[in-house]
Design a protein around this ligand. Structure first.
Ligand code: MG
Length: 458
């Protein structure tokens, strides 16, 4: 069966040439333009949107079509070229745009592409706004302006400079440079390579970069998980690097390899960033309900606490803004520091971890050993919405002794760990994540859910 075009809060995603074509991108641009005009009624001056893309070969075509749609609706567009997703968010603020758009399918394989939308605060549209844009797109409820009113197109190539300046302002660059770190980097031939190499060189690092050309020809499956970054682990070992960093194609996610060449897992990216943030003082952090409890322990040691949110970058960012959080993000390697932008940013993760290494004089593995160890088990199974609801109802009875949070599926908190069950927004699948001090306990929680699934008919 052909895959469906997915339109969600985080934007639009599809298979290029099948359900995602230039005309789809153009109409999505028109829908976004119509939404922005409704959001700013009666405004005299022209609205503006900055648009960037990751390196996928379809990016230029889709960016051009998206731009055409925006301009046809009378919106001015600034072309940022090949840049990271956080780079677009930063430039939307810098240029005081009314919105931003990134042509990217993030960590998904090469056949996919997508369009991620940002509002003037650089955050993804909240659910009601996303719903309006989707409705406008599906109903083709937008109009084109006449010959005197089309939007104009300008180019701005300053994203790397602006992005790097904001990121290095978070740290003591002299302290990092004095350590002359040897850093291995795998940017999967995505948008992160160019800007990250500049950042690291500016911090006095010796960079051993692989897959750093912006070709969009992914050297491996692009999600920065353990099985996909084995070559980076070899580079760290062979080069005797202090640390290895792996990015996804739009460079909002970061995974870390320790000095022995061991992949430490994406959950540790936010944990290490939080370890640094809480070493400077106390405060609040925010993360989603599926992220490791490590951050709660790190915050608690510093007298701070963690705000939990439903899954989704926009939910975490909104909580961070509401609570003036000192750090936040998601367990998939996405670190957010509001001083840079409300978007997950691998460059932010990189500088905070390098600063932590520089200040402590410790290795990555020594820092990891200081963080309370948890074991996480992830699983998923087929379940339509009715089956998912039945499983959630049954789980509430089975785990009646646990503290339960029902804002996003069900999260059960136990003394020794937690369990999160949630139905996918995009496919008839239920995801199960459990974490506990002991791997057997985490597996036990998952197995209990799997037995609930078996108890109901398909
Ligand atoms: Mg991404």
């Amino acid at each position: 069966m052909a895959e469906q075009l997915i339109i969600s809060i985080s934007g639009l995603r599809g298979v290029v040439g099948e359900n995602l074509t230039a005309s789809v991108a153009c109409e999505y641009g028109r829908a976004f333009g119509a939404f922005l005009k409704n959001r700013h009624p009666g405004r005299e001056s022209r609205l503006s949107v900055c648009v960037g893309r990751d390196t996928r070969p379809s990016g230029q075509m889709l960016q051009s079509a998206l731009t055409e749609g925006l301009c046809a609706g009378g919106i001015n567009v600034t072309d940022l070229g090949v840049v990271t997703t956080p780079g677009v968010g930063i430039m939307a603020q810098e240029l005081r745009c009314n919105g931003g758009a990134v042509v990217t399918a993030s960590h998904n394989p090469a056949k996919y592409n997508g369009i991620k939308l940002l509002l003037d605060n650089s955050m993804a549209p909240p659910p009601d706004a996303a719903g309006q844009i989707k409705k406008s797109f599906l109903e083709e409820d937008f109009h084109v302006v006449d010959s005197s009113m089309p939007g104009g197109l300008t180019r701005d190539d300053r994203t790397d400079i602006v992005h790097i300046a904001k990121v290095v302002a978070l740290i003591d660059t002299d302290a990092v440079a004095a350590r002359k770190f040897r850093v291995a980097l795998d940017s999967v031939n995505g948008a992160g390579g160019r800007v990250t190499k500049k950042l690291l060189a500016g911090l006095g690092c010796e960079v051993c970069a692989i897959n750093d050309e912006p070709t969009g020809v992914f050297a491996h499956t692009p999600e920065p998980t353990a099985e996909n970054v084995t070559v980076l682990c070899d580079v760290v070992r062979n080069a005797k690097a202090d640390i290895g960093f792996a990015q996804d194609p739009d460079a909002d996610r970061l995974a870390i390899v320790d000095e022995s060449g061991k992949y430490i897992g994406e959950e540790y990216t936010l944990a290490l960033a939080a370890k640094y943030a809480f070493s400077k003082g106390t405060g609040e952090a925010a993360t989603n309900l599926s992220t490791s409890r490590m951050i709660d322990e790190i915050a608690a040691r510093a007298g701070g606490k963690v705000i939990r949110t439903p899954v989704g970058e926009a939910n975490v960012a909104a909580a961070m803004l509401g609570h003036d959080c000192i750090i936040g993000g998601e367990g998939n390697g996405g670190v957010i520091d509001l001083r840079v932008s409300p978007i997950r940013d691998s460059l932010v993760g990189i500088v905070l971890v390098l600063q932590l290494l520089a200040e402590t004089g410790k290795t990555v593995s020594q820092l990891i050993d200081e963080i309370p160890r948890y074991r996480m088990i992830k699983d998923k199974f087929s379940a339509d919405s009715a089956a998912s609801q039945r499983i959630l109802d049954m789980a509430k009875k089975v785990f009646a002794g646990a503290e339960v949070d029902v804002r996003d599926g069900c999260r059960f908190d136990f003394e020794d760990g937690w369990l999160h069950l949630r139905a996918s927004n995009t496919e008839p699948v239920m995801r199960v994540i459990a974490e506990a001090r002991d791997e057997g306990a985490a597996r036990g929680y998952v197995n209990q859910v799997l037995s609930l699934r078996k108890a109901i008919p398909d």
